[in-house]
Design a protein around this ligand. Structure first.
Ligand code: HDE
Length: 702
C-alpha cells in the first residue's frame, strides 16, 4: 500500500532525527547512520562510508579512477534521462479505477463490460502535445487524455484527446503536422505555441484541418484543469460480441464536475505565475481526497447508420453530433491516487492504440491504422528494450504466459525446458480459439492505391457547425484566438490564406479576423473540394458554457486578507465554501499571514505577488479600512482585483475594500458582491456556480 504523504513525512523526520550529524575536515556535513537507520549503499549493495568526498591521493591531490562508488553514482546520473515523447512530452498522470455500470454483453464480449459494479484498475496520463517536457501547462494546445485499463484480458489503452477530431485524415501526414507546430528548426522557437509561421503555413495549405482549427482556437484548448475536460477516443472503433457481431463505437469521457476553461489573457498570466497550474491542481485535489471523476459514454451505431450518415465514419476530422446519437453512459472512471514516483510511472507509462482486449476492435480509419504501427515503435525508442512491459506501470495485472525471452533488462523469462510451442513436454501456455483475440472478419477487397476517399472531401461543413453551436462569447473567443495567432505570423500571404478558409466556415468570422488583422482587401473564399453546407443544425454539446457545472464544487476562491480583517465573516465564507465542496486559499501582503479583528492569526498560502487572481475561480477581498488603503497603493493588489474583474470573475468584498476596488478600476455590477450578512455569502456562492459573468465581457473589452 502507498504511504500517505503525512506518514512519509513523519518517517523521514524520524530518520533524520536518528542520524548523527558530523563535520568532516573541510567543514562539510556528514549525515551518518547509527545501528537503527538504513545504511547508504551502491547499486550493487555495497555499504558507503563517505558520500561527500571523492577518493584522492592526499587531501588536495588527483581523484583516483578506482573510486567505484563515485564512478557508479555519476554514471547513473549521466543516464537519468530517456528520450522525451516526440509529441505529448509534457504530461501528468494518476491512478484510479473504472467501474462498469451494466453488462454490455449484447454489444461486446470484452470481459471488462460483463459484470455490473466491477472495478478495473486504471492509470491516466493527461498531456499537452507540442511543448517539451519542461514547458508550461497553459499552452494553447490539444490535451492528451490517455487511459490504461488493466483488464482481466490484458491492457486496454484508450489513447485519446480532449478534442473529438484531429488535424489530418491520414497518418502519413503526421510527421509534417508535428514538425510544423513544434519550434522552427533553425531558430528553435517558439516553444509550446502554434502562433508562428510554420504552423499556420501548414494549416493554411491543409483544408482538412479546418474543423480541428475551430476546436483548437476555442477555449477547449486552454482548459481550467484536467478535471474539467472531456476526453474522446476520436476514431470509430468496433465492439464485437460473443456471436462475432460488430457494432461501431465512439468513446467519450464526460467530467462529473462539468466543463470549464480559462480566457487567453488569463492563460498567459497563469503560465508566468504557475507553469505547473494543471499538475498542481490534480495533485492538490487527489491528495485532498477530492477525487475527479468521468463517465465513459459510448455512441453506438451499425453499418446502416454509417452508410446513411452525412459524413464518413472513418474520417477522424468528423464527429457524430450527440443530438443524432446520444452517448450512453457505461461506466465511471475515478482518479484517487497519485503515483509514488513521477518517472517510474508517468514518464515510463507506454500507451498503445493497438492494446485492445477481445471484444474491442479497430475500424479502417486511416489515422488509427497508422497509429497502430507508431506506438510500438515509439516505446522501443523511449524505453530502450522490447521488455518495456516488464516495467510495473506497463505490466498487465492479469495472468500472462508467453514464450518471449531475453533481451535488454529481461525481468521475466520462461521457466523450465520449453520455450517454444508446440512442444512434446506438455509444458507452457497454448492458444485458445474462443477466449483469444479474434479480429472482426470484415470483408475487404479493392485495388492497391494511394487515394483519399471522396467521402472525406468536405472540410468546412462541420467546422461551421461547431462555430454556430457556440455562445456569442465563445464565438468571440475563437475570433480573438485566430487574430492573436495570425498576428504572430510574419508572412502576410499566410494570414490571407487562412482568412480565405475562414470565409468558407462563417462569413462574419472571416470578416472579423480580417478586420482585426488589418487586412484591407478581403481575399476570396478558398476553393472547396465540396461545397460547404450551411444546413447542419447547432449542437449544444459542442459549447463549454452550455455544459458548465451547476455547482461550484471542486473550484477555488482566492481570499485577499489584511490585518484587522473580519475573522467571523472569513469563517462563514470558509464554511459555506466547504459545504459546496469548494476551497479557499488565503492571499496576504506577507506569507506569514495577518492578525484578524479578533486577534487570531490567519496563516497565508501566498503572498500577494505570488498569488495573483488568475490562479482562482473567484476572489474575495476581506480587508480592514487600513488594509484596503495600504493595498490600494500596491500594484500586485490592484492587478489582483483588476484581473479578476477583467476575466469576468465574481468578486466578493468587505465594505472596507472599496478604495482598492476603485483604484483597480472596478465598476460595480452584479458580479461584484458586497459582503455584509450571511445572505450575501449565499448570493456570492450562487453566482460563483455560473463561474463567470460573461455579460461583463463587452465592457472590459478583453
Ligand atoms: Fe499520438 N502519439 N499519434 N495521437 N498520442 C504519441 O506515442 C501518433 C494521435 C496521443 O500520455 C506517441 O508514447 C501518430 C491522435 C496521446 O503517453 C507517438 C499519429 C490522438 C499521446 C504517437 C497520432 C493521439 C500520444 C509519442 C497520427 C488522439 C500521449 C509518445 C497517425 C486520438 C500518450 C508515445 C501518453 C503519443 C503517434 C495521432 C493521442 C509518436 C503517428 C489522433 C494522448 O507514438
Amino acid at each position: 500500500m502507498a504511504r500517505t504523504p503525512a506518514k512519509a513525512a513523519s518517517n523521514q523526520a524520524a530518520t533524520i532525527h536518528d542520524q548523527k550529524l558530523a563535520r568532516g575536515n573541510g567543514g562539510e556535513l556528514h549525515q551518518t547512520a547509527d545501528d537503527e537507520a538504513e545504511v547508504l549503499t551502491t547499486a550493487q549493495g555495497g555499504p558507503v562510508a563517505d558520500d561527500q568526498n571523492t577518493l584522492k591521493i592526499g587531501e588536495r591531490g588527483p581523484t583516483l579512477i578506482e573510486d567505484f562508488h563515485f564512478r557508479e553514482k555519476i554514471f547513473h546520473f549521466d543516464h537519468e534521462r530517456i528520450p522525451e515523447r516526440v509529441v505529448h512530452a509534457r504530461g501528468y498522470g494518476a491512478h484510479g479505477y473504472f467501474e462498469t455500470y451494466e453488462s454490455l454483453a449484447k454489444y461486446t464480449r470484452a470481459d471488462i463490460f460483463q459484470r455490473a459494479g466491477e472495478r478495473t484498475p486504471a492509470f491516466v496520463r493527461f498531456s499537452t502535445v507540442a511543448g517539451s517536457k519542461g514547458s508550461f501547462d497553459l499552452a494553447r494546445d490539444v490535451r492528451g487524455f490517455a487511459v490504461k485499463l488493466y483488464t482481466q484480458e490484458g491492457n486496454w489503452d484508450i489513447v485519446g484527446n480532449n478534442i473529438p477530431v484531429f488535424f489530418i485524415q491520414d497518418a502519413i501526414r503526421f510527421p509534417d503536422l508535428v514538425h510544423a507546430v513544434k519550434e522552427e528548426p533553425d531558430r528553435a522557437f517558439p516553444q509550446a505555441q502554434s502562433a508562428h509561421d510554420n504552423f499556420w503555413d501548414f494549416i493554411s495549405l491543409t483544408p482538412e484541418s479546418m474543423h480541428m482549427i475551430m476546436w483548437i482556437m476555442s477555449d477547449r484548448a486552454i482548459p481550467r484543469s484536467f478535471r474539467f475536460m472531456e476526453g474522446f477516443g476520436v476514431h470509430t472503433f468496433r465492439f464485437v460480441n460473443a456471436r462475432d457481431e460488430s457494432t461501431f463505437v465512439k468513446f467519450h469521457w464526460k467530467p462529473k464536475l462539468g466543463l470549464q476553461s480559462v480566457v487567453w489573457n488569463e492563460a498567459v498570466k497563469i503560465n508566468g505565475a504557475d507553469p505547473d497550474f494543471h499538475r498542481r491542481d490534480l495533485w492538490d485535489s487527489i491528495n485532498a481526497g477530492d477525487f475527479p471523476e468521468w463517465e465513459l459514454c459510448v455512441q453506438l451505431f451499425d453499418q446502416e447508420f454509417a452508410d446513411s450518415f452525412d459524413f464518413d465514419i472513418l474520417d477522424p476530422t468528423k464527429i457524430i453530433p450527440e443530438e443524432i446519437i446520444e452517448p450512453m453512459p457505461v461506466g465511471r472512471l475515478v482518479l484517487d491516487r497519485m503515483p509514488d514516483n513521477f518517472f517510474a510511472e508517468t514518464e515510463q507509462v507506454a500507451f498503445m492504440t493497438q492494446n485492445v482486449p477481445p471484444g474491442v476492435d479497430f475500424s479502417n480509419d486511416p489515422l488509427l491504422q497508422g497509429r497502430n504501427f507508431s506506438y510500438l515503435d515509439t516505446q522501443l525508442k523511449r524505453l530502450g528494450s522490447p521488455n518495456f512491459t516488464h516495467i510495473p506501470i506497463n505490466a498487465p495485472k492479469c495472468p500472462m504466459h508467453h514464450f518471449q525471452q531475453d533481451g535488454h533488462m529481461a525481468m521475466r523469462n520462461p521457466v523450465g525446458r520449453a520455450n517454444y510451442q508446440p512442444n512434446s513436454w506438455g509444458m507452457g501456455p497454448r492458444e485458445h480459439p474462443q477466449k483469444g483475440f479474434r479480429s472482426f472478419a470484415d470483408a475487404e477487397a479493392g485495388q492497391k492505391v494511394r487515394l483519399r476517399a471522396e467521402s472525406f472531401a468536405d472540410h468546412y461543413s462541420q467546422a461551421r457547425q461547431f462555430f454556430i453551436s457556440q455562445t456569442v462569447t465563445e464565438q468571440k473567443h475563437i475570433a480573438m484566438a485566430l487574430t492573436f495567432e495570425l498576428s504572430k505570423v510574419e508572412t502576410p500571404v499566410i494570414r490571407e490564406r487562412m482568412v480565405s478558409h475562414l470565409l468558407n466556415i462563417d462569413d462574419g468570422l472571416g470578416e472579423t479576423v480580417a478586420e482585426k488583422l488589418g487586412i484591407k482587401k478581403l481575399p476570396r473564399k478558398a476553393d472547396a473540394a465540396v461545397e460547404p453546407r450551411d444546413d447542419l443544425p447547432a449542437s449544444d454539446a459542442l459549447s463549454i458554457v452550455k455544459n458548465g457545472p451547476d455547482s461550484f464544487k471542486g473550484r477555488k476562491v482566492g481570499v485577499l486578507v489584511s490585518d484587522g480583517c473580519d475573522a467571523g465573516l472569513l469563517k462563514k465564507l470558509e464554511a459555506a465554501l466547504k459545504k459546496e465542496g469548494a476551497t479557499m486559499e488565503i492571499v496576504a501582503p506577507k506569507v506569514g499571514g495577518v492578525e484578524a479583528s479578533d486577534g487570531s492569526l490567519i496563516a497565508a498560502k501566498q503572498m500577494i505577488d505570488g498569488g495573483p487572481s488568475v490562479l482562482y475561480d473567484a476572489v474575495a477581498l476581506m480587508l480592514s479600512p487600513e488594509g484596503a488603503e495600504q493595498l490600494s497603493k500596491e500594484a500586485a493588489a490592484r492587478d489582483f482585483v483588476a484581473d479578476a474583474f477583467a476575466h469576468c470573475k465574481f468578486i466578493a468584498h468587505s465594505e472596507a475594500a472599496q478604495p482598492l476596488l476603485d483604484k483597480a478600476g472596478v465598476e460595480a455590477d452584479e458580479g461584484v458582491i458586497p459582503l455584509g450578512s450571511a445572505n450575501d455569502i449565499r448570493t456570492f456562492l450562487e453566482s460563483c456556480r455560473k463561474l463567470r459573468l460573461w455579460a461583463r465581457e463587452p465592457k472590459v473589452k478583453l
